[in-house]
Design a protein around this ligand. Sequence first.
Ligand SMILES: Nc1ncnc2c1ncn2[C@@H]1O[C@H](COP(=O)(O)OP(=O)(O)O)[C@@H](O)[C@H]1O
Ligand SMILES: O=C(O)C1=C[C@@H](OP(=O)(O)O)[C@@H](O)[C@H](O)C1
Ligand SMILES: [Mg+2]
Length: 168
Amino acid sequence: MMGAGKTTVGKELARRHKVRFADCDHEIVARTGVSIPTIFEIEGEAGFRRRETQMIDELTRESDIVIATGGGVVTTPANRALMHERGIVIYLNVPPQILYERTRHDRNRPLLQVDDPRQRIIDLHHQRDPLYREVADLVVDGGRGNPGTMVRLVEAALQHFHKSPCKP
Ligand SMILES: Nc1ncnc2c1ncn2[C@@H]1O[C@H](COP(=O)(O)OP(=O)(O)O)[C@@H](O)[C@H]1O
Ligand SMILES: O=C(O)C1=C[C@@H](OP(=O)(O)O)[C@@H](O)[C@H](O)C1
Ligand SMILES: [Mg+2]
């Protein structure tokens, strides 16, 4: 979910393991030359989702990479299939109240620019939680732990996890 720490934790995880890090949103911004809110404004959420699917397809072809997705990536079935087939998918599960506290001052997430962002987060979390669980290989529960703690929880979960390579 937005505010779970995908960008922060993913970057640190990649740094510690000396592999490339890519943030799907940042890659889209770099390619289009405009911000996420501007893409939503001009092309709507549907336009953003098309760009997101294109980027997930590109990034998941790479090896030795940690990819932070945007929180809405799971709403597109094609993305769920690509992630599941090509990667080890980690769901950072963080309670809505903490997600709200972390995102309340940020203006860069168009879906939260509403009258009641706290309720919006509760609703999105409720809708998406089953999808996150469907696609995830690992669920890491995080709440008050700092980013370093989250990175170590992810590493511990990965240590005991082995996924067979995908079939051609
Ligand atoms: N474990 C954590 N503890 C405290 N703050 C965090 C933690 N993880 C992320 N943050 C902060 O929360 C905000 C959102 O984090 P971010 O990595 O952008 O989340 P996401 O990419 O999942 O939306 C940032 O300000 C970040 O510094
Ligand atoms: O949850 C979502 O639908 C979104 C999450 C955002 O990324 P973060 O999860 O990194 O905030 C970004 O992709 C866009 O604003 C939409
Ligand atoms: Mg992010």
